[in-house]
Structure formats: C-alpha cells, structure tokens
Design a protein around this ligand. Sequence first.
Ligand code: NDP
Length: 245
Amino acid sequence: MITNSLEGKSAFVTGGSRGIGAGIVRALVAAGANVTFTYASSADAAQAVVDELRAAGGRAQAVRADSADAAALTAAIDDAARASGRLDILVNSAGVLHYAPLGDTSIDDFDTSFGVNVRAVFVAAKAAAKHMGEGGSIVNIGSMSADRAGSEGAAVYSATKGAVQAMTRGLARDLGPRGITVNNVQPGPITTDMTTGFADMLTPMIPVGRLGNPDEVGALVAYLAGPNARYINGASVTIDGGFVS
Ligand code: NDP
C-alpha cells in the first residue's frame, strides 16, 4: 500500500489566495508539499493564507502573477522551480466567471475568459513541464459546466471549461510518456466568492442538498497529485454532489 504523502514535493498553484485555490494550497501543504501560489490582486488574502500555513508548520509562499500575462506566469513558475530545486506538481486553479447572455457578452469578455481560463493553462503547463520529471503531476481545475451549461448565460464560461477538458486529454498524451500525469477536476457549485449570491438558487438542484467547500476539492486534487493516482491520466473527475447526474 502506497501512502499518498506529498512530503518532499514542490508544488505551484495558480490563484491560491481565495476560494478553491486556497483550499487546494491548504490540502497540498497538509500532505507535506512546499507550495508556491499566485494571486492577481488579493495580496492581503494571499499573505493571510501563507501566515496561517506557516504558523501550523507548513511551507508556502505567495507571488503576484497575473495569469493573463504569459511572461509573468512563466517567470513565476521558473523562479519557484529554481528556488525549490525541482517542480513536481502544477495546479491550474485561477479562473474567471463571466456569466451573461449573448447580447451582454462582449468580445473582450470572451478574450479575457479564454486568456485566464484556457491560455494560462497552456502557458503554465508549458513552463512547468520543462522542470518536471518522472512522477510529475498537472491538475487543471475545469468545471462541471464543461458537461452541462445548466442555464442561460453560460456559453463562454462553459466553452472555456470544455477547452480545459480537451486540453487535459491532449497534454496527458504529450506528457504521459515522460511519467507526468495530467488530469482535470470539474467542480460543481462550491462555496466561494464566485458563487456568492447563487447559493439559494443552486441548493435545490444539488442532490446532496448543499454546495461543496474548497477543502473537499483540495482533498481530491491532493489525491490526484499523489503517488496513489499514478495510473489516472487524462481523466476529468467531477465533484458536484450529483449536480450533473
Ligand atoms: P474565486 O473567484 O473565489 O477565486 C479566484 C482565484 O483565482 C483567486 O485566488 C484569484 O486571485 C485568482 N485569479 C483570478 N484571476 C486571476 C488572474 N488573472 N491571475 C492570477 N490569479 C487569478 O474563484 P473560485 O475559487 O470559485 O474558482 C477557482 C477555480 O474553480 C476557477 O477556475 C473556477 O472556474 C473553478 N470553478 C469554481 C466553481 C465554484 O462553484 N466556485 C465551480 C466550478 C469551477 P485574487 O484573489 O488576486 O483575485
């Protein structure tokens, strides 16, 4: 039996200052990893996550790197890999939600959504793969919206997450031969700033009768990034309380 410890591993997480990303950072640190995570603007929230984890004996650091800026994201990954001497895990969690009907969605909204939710996943995977060897792991945070739009206004967001699902399969083919796995976690409704205001509308549609929480997503990501999951590659794993069932 292999334990799923991440002791000695170095991880990089995009968008770890709040919400699901912060839950992922907490889970990876709890499993023993040294985690560098990015934020775009929430410096105080990012520092609070770092302080909390260090106070508990964990290893974490935050860096500002806008995922829309390919050069900044690539440099942040290169710096983190250099500082730790290795990179074992990349989690692409940073994301934006543009939810509006077609008439209220501009071409800029489309480009911004694809820039952060899709292009940055490609940029980060390309940067991280240079530093990874056998046993490496990339986990993308897609969405159950890839499989079910669910309501009006989801076209662009769903399309970005469908692209993440498809890119995950392609990257799994590219990197599997090097011993690097690539998987996609597809959350359903999770309590974060992104779902503020939607909880009452969503709850009756979720068979388990509640939204999920970021720690539950973090636990799944830590499993997929760990030694027990080495034969899982190219998969999309939905964690949604049964929402799309
Ligand atoms: P939040 O809005 O709560 O947090 C978003 C996080 O991403 C923050 O840490 C934010 O940093 C960071 N971020 C946003 N834009 C950028 C950027 N351009 N560059 C760097 N970091 C950025 O979102 P969630 O936690 O809810 O969502 C996280 C991921 O999970 C997203 O990919 C989302 O699509 C996906 N998801 C969420 C679901 C949900 O129900 N909440 C359901 C399905 C998928 P900062 O604090 O600096 O703004």
